[in-house]
Design a protein around this ligand. Sequence first.
Ligand code: AKG
Length: 497
Amino acid sequence: FFGSRSTVTERNPVFSTINADDIAQFKEILGEKYVIQDEERLLAANTDWMRKYKGSSKLLLQPRSTAEVSQILKYCNSRCLAVVPQGGNTGLVGGSVPVFDEVSGVLVCEAGCILENLVSFLDNQGFIMPLDLGAKGSCQIGGNVSTNAGGLRFVRYGSLHGNVLGRRVWADTFRDGSLELSRIPLETMAIVAHFVSVSKRTSSMSVHVGSLEAVLANGTVLDMLGTLRKDNTGYDLKHLFIGSEGSLGIVTKISILAPPKLSSVNLAFLACKDYVSCQNLLLEAKRKLGEILSAFEFLDGNSMDLANVLILGTNIYVHASREKLEAFLLRSMEGGLISDGVLAQDMNQALSFWRIREGVPEALMKAGAVYKYDLSLPVEKMYDLVEAMRIRLGPAAEVIGYGHLGDGNLHLNISLPEYNDNVLAQIEPFVYEWTSKHRGSISAEHGLGLMKANKIHYSRSPESMASVTKWNQLNREELPLGASEEVFMVEKKIILS
Ligand code: AKG
């Protein structure tokens, strides 16, 4: 425990403990340099981003290839050593080299590639990543796939199930869009709507294909990398690895089809007087701008205050005009859906709007302790939970609601000066019961991890859980990674205990 606020999971006695022979074996496979026992580095790897969960792993391994991952897992399996795959924010192997085919638009890369590097790489080639999230500067694509990260472009490009593994086809009809509104949106609710448009084009067709390579616990390398649009030869096994959080194997390579870069991107930052107006605006945006809408985010007044006070100075002005969006937004303003708003005039301004939205989680971390919930709920019910929680907790904590309105995904954050078990008892299980009652999901995009591993029953029926358990039992000999018992992160680093 870090004080009373973090969680440590008990070690499962089924697993062996590491001995000197094991360490020698790992050094043999990886070389001395990549077998790490240094306390400080282990502490960093054993601690999650929120500094809430703490593992007690004794060894950090840094494999640089699929073959090394395979050898390590095979050995660990034979010795029954617990394995936690981990990724994100370490530069461990000096960066993976992406390979890109411009004609097919297929990017093939190693799991350790940092998302932002892929975004810039593709941008230089005239393409975009279908995935974007606030943590892009440090998260790794292998981790994104293993956790099925959602992010900001979900409303347009869908989940990684569609982007990485599926053979998803989408048709877009692009239109020009314009808007000119010119004041600072600082009312109770703000919405970021991200519009993309391709001038003078009426339609375009893109295809998402892709797949991955993963290593099973017994060291078997499952090569599912491919670039075919169609392959209907039985089960689509690759899907199992997306969102499995490392429990079935370690993702080592990914191929993903990148859509071509659009010739213009427009970002509007809008204020609505209440949540009902936000919902109605979303509905209108889907009706009128559906084919050019690439993100529809929302943050409430408390989120705005937090982001502005603790991280940013707000200084948003706009002079730009784009006809279609302007028409839509003016209509929405006349109809009372929008009370204020601005349209980014250039990329820098657009980035500054995004920084407000993406800055909220960081601002929350700086504000003190935070309890985080990532929920899928019917859009019309979503904000009721925020309000119910405010009433429930009173002045004991600040309740903040923001997230991906276009996807029905609420990030409910409860901020207070320090972690407090009495407050926590007011929040849980209430938040899970409320979500379950409204047939929501207790994890929209963040995954289960340690925090929600034993809360899954709020979102899954006993029958579906039983069938997964049964499936796992049947496949125990073949697919047991089964060791995610400590810090749960992803890819490219392997921690052993
Ligand atoms: C987001 O900002 O979209 C996230 O997924 C982070 C949410 C959170 O920190 O609660």
